[in-house]
Design a protein around this ligand. Structure first.
Ligand code: CA
Ligand code: CA
Ligand code: CA
Ligand code: CA
Length: 752
């Protein structure tokens, strides 16, 4: 290094030294822990024993985190210190009752909101802001289908959601009837009342805003409407004070037999240079939650994917969203764009609508001081919307496990108007993107599917270790390593983790891709220009959900790129694949159910198309609602329209039966359009058709539909065969009946 330095002129030497100094400083700062006055001890014998122990050593007892772990504070210990309090360490260490203890260090956790019209009147609810709640009521396949879910008589009744945040204004007139004290706690102040601390800049409004999105009361002439407006809503005040591992663990494990869904819109700094995740207690709390919460069905943790877009942050570097236990949610703007704050990563499962750029509308919800806001923003706003939608699904089926919920989200999320350059189809034909996961959440489809859902089989895990290596990745090059997997326990994948240890002179120069045996390429890490740390990654479990449903067997390929300059060396030392999933088909009966349900598609589609060619009415049209069997059937139609492409898996050719079906499904298309060679033109027509049907403007059409491979078409066709065999008679007669009814109505109208 010294000999290299001499080559430079004085100025560049100074510059280099300065650079060295800052790197050293930032490394030092990064590694420096700030000790707090909080301690956690593991003591057997319950809270009584722990309280006695606390008293003996002069601690204040704050509460039990979970089994045998207790949260303490010592008033004589400084609230902030670079040094641990050795005297108290000594005391706890020498006490035989104490099995384990830790002095809690400070964690940097930031809230995920941002510091920053026209109306489509829907005469539905009397809440003054309802008409402006575009993400719930604009129709045209451009909202989250919450209204049709409400029409199925679900509103979150009997479901309990808790917001882990900076408090909750529990006496807010649009919230108080749904406020649930049993789902609430103040971890910052150690009392039962999560009421926020008020200051002149309303810095603690975040939790109240998130709560209103979930459970603001409907039709009370006040402010807005929550998605699950009959759900119980609680607040945990935990961000307005020192955040430690213990504080997070207590919040995540609060009343886990009572609370169903925890919504969190915070995490490590989105500064584009942090790699941080849950500590040991918070990890334990997650495990406790998914294994024991909700009587063993598992707590549902909904998590905001992060707001670090402008800093080129990557949500896979955030251990909370990158965790398999959290249902990670990103955002889409009103126009279906990737928001400027959005972080793309392979661990996001789905998206909900939220704020965008100037001119695009934001989220409406309750606000501090009993008020109402139209300016809730960021992925902070997205996670509670997702939590509300999950509450609707949970009311429809209280037996859903934490994994069931993720399965249902994967199967029902829609492309809608979401535009991203990286939409792709995974190995089982599901569309997925790094910005939006599987697409925008669809409340009606989730409720529908939840009702017929059978609990997925037990989660199995295969862990496959690559040979210990020390593979150098020179600057401006990349390496490819492969790992051959044969996993007898897992045949249908859910989460896939690539646990990686690598060193690098500049962590932000590294980008990593994982290619599955079925050819699905996940971006595990993008470049992060602001991440100058030299610390690399130590056993970091990069998560991808893009392989959902694929088989794990075959060759996995890991591609690591190093964009470093000059001496920017990197080296891969360890790679382990952790493959989660099931040995049996997670939802075998579902396929049959959907086949029979799919039967309703041709009827409705044919009919709708015949009437909606000239009408500009929204979906579903009033005409349809009065003439066709029920709104419910139309919802089925849309839900299954996606499903038929998504997950009816088989290999097969097509026959005459399928032609009948397709000519009904996509009227005006001939058999030849569906030949292998004609797949592209078929796709085009399909998208044109869907556009005219859904009244989506043509400029969005190509983004609205996803390219469908010939394999996917096969899947549709096979399915059709089954349907036609069982139901063709009823299908045609129903269609003819409706046509006759329509013609008769027209004739009758004319005679008047
Ligand atoms: Ca309080
Ligand atoms: Ca209201
Ligand atoms: Ca982040
Ligand atoms: Ca997650």
């Amino acid at each position: 290094m010294a000999s290299n330095c001499r080559i430079f002129s004085i100025n560049s030497t100074k510059l280099l030294l300065l650079q060295c100094f800052f790197t050293l400083l930032s490394t030092l700062l990064a590694n420096n822990s700030h000790y707090t006055d909080q301690f956690v001890v593991r003591v057997e014998g319950g809270p009584k024993v722990a309280k006695e122990l606390a008293e003996k050593h002069g601690f204040v007892y704050l509460g039990e985190i979970f089994d045998n772990y207790h949260h303490l504070r010592h008033h004589q210990v400084s609230k902030r210190s670079i040094e641990p309090s050795l005297r108290h360490h000594e005391a706890l260490h020498s006490d035989k009752q104490v099995k384990w203890f830790s002095q809690q260090t400070l964690k940097k956790r930031s809230k995920r909101d941002l510091s920053y019209f026209y109306t489509d009147t829907v005469p539905y609810l009397n809440d003054p802001k309802w008409k402006d709640m575009w993400y719930l009521n604009r129709g045209n396949n451009l909202d989250m289908n919450v209204k049709p879910a409400w029409d199925m008589k679900v509103s979150g009744k009997g479901v309990v959601v808790t917001i882990l945040d900076d408090g909750l204004e529990k006496d807010h007139p649009d919230i108080k009837e749904n406020y649930d004290p049993k789902a609430s706690y103040d971890v910052n102040n150690n009392d039962d009342d999560p009421q926020p601390r008020y200051d002149i800049i309303n810095s603690n409004r975040h939790g109240t805003r998130c709560a209103g999105e979930v459970a603001a009361i409907a039709n009370n002439s006040i402010c807005a409407v929550g998605i699950a407006f009959h759900a119980g809503i609680g607040g945990v005040r935990m961000l307005d004070g020192d955040v430690t591992d213990a504080v997070e663990a207590r919040s995540l494990s609060l009343n886990s037999q009572y609370i169903d869904i925890y919504s969190a819109s915070w995490g490590p700094d989105d500064d584009g240079r942090t790699v941080d995740g849950p500590g040991e207690l918070a990890t334990e709390a997650f495990i406790h939650g998914i294994e024991k919460g909700r009587n063993g069905l598992g707590s549902i943790f909904v998590w905001a994917s992060g707001n670090g877009g402008r800093n080129n942050d990557n949500c896979n570097c955030d251990g909370y969203t990158n965790s398999i236990w959290t249902l990670s949610i990103s955002s889409a703007t009103e126009n279906g764009l990737v928001p400027w704050y959005s972080e793309a990563c392979s661990s996001s499962l789905a998206a909900t609508y939220s704020s965008g750029s100037g001119g695009e509308r934001e989220i409406i919800t309750s606000d501090l001081h009993h008020s109402c806001t139209t300016q809730h923003t960021g992925t902070s706003a997205s996670a509670p919307l997702a939590a509300g939608i999950c509450a609707l699904a949970l009311e429809a089926n209280k037996q859903l496990t934490w994994r069931d919920m993720q399965h249902i989200v994967v199967r029902t999320a829609r492309l809608a108007n979401l535009q991203s350059s990286d939409w792709k189809t995974n190995g089982v034909g599901r569309h997925v993107s790094h910005s939006f996961g599987y697409g925008v959440m669809d409340a009606a489809a989730m409720v529908k599917l939840a009702k017929v859902w059978k609990t997925v089989p037990k989660q199995k895990v295969c862990t496959v270790y690559a040979d210990i290596m020390d593979k150098i990745i020179s600057p401006k090059t990349h390496i490819e390593v492969t790992l051959s997997v044969h996993c007898s326990k897992v045949k249908f994948l859910e989460h896939v983790q690539a646990q990686i240890t690598l060193s690098s002179t500049r962590r932000g120069d590294i980008h990593i891709y994982l290619i599955s045996p079925m050819g699905t390429k996940s971006t595990l890490l993008e470049r992060r220009p602001l991440d100058t740390y030299r610390s690399g990654f130590v056993n970091w479990p990069f998560l991808t959900v893009h392989n959902w449903g694929e088989s794990p067997d075959g060759e996995w390929k890991l591609e690591i790129h190093n964009e470093g300059r000059f001496f920017g060396r990197a080296s891969l030392t360890n790679w382990t694949m952790i493959l989660y999933g099931t040995s049996e088909d997670p939802q075998p009966l579902q396929k049959n159910k959907h086949r029979s349900l799919e039967y309703s598609i041709p009827t409705n589609f044919a009919y709708k198309n015949s009437t909606s060619n000239k009408t500009t009415s929204t979906f579903p049209t009033t005409v349809t609602e009065t003439v066709l069997p029920s709104t419910e059937d139309i919802i089925l139609l849309e839900e299954n329209f996606n499903d038929s492409i998504n997950y009816n898996i088989s290999s097969s050719d097509y026959d005459n039966n399928s032609i009948n079906y397709n000519s009904m499904f996509f009227p005006g298309m001939s058999q030849s359009d569906y030949k292998y060679s004609g797949v592209n033109s078929a796709r085009k027509k399909e998208s044109e058709f869907v556009d005219s049907f859904r009244n989506v403007s043509t400029s969005n059409s190509d983004m609205g539909m996803h390219p469908v491979s010939s394999v996917s078409w096969d899947k549709v066709f096979k399915n059709v065969e089954v349907i036609e065999a069982n139901n063709s008679c009823t299908a045609i007669s129903r269609c003819i009946f409706l046509w006759c009814l329509l013609l008769f109505s027209i004739w009758w109208m004319n005679t008047l």
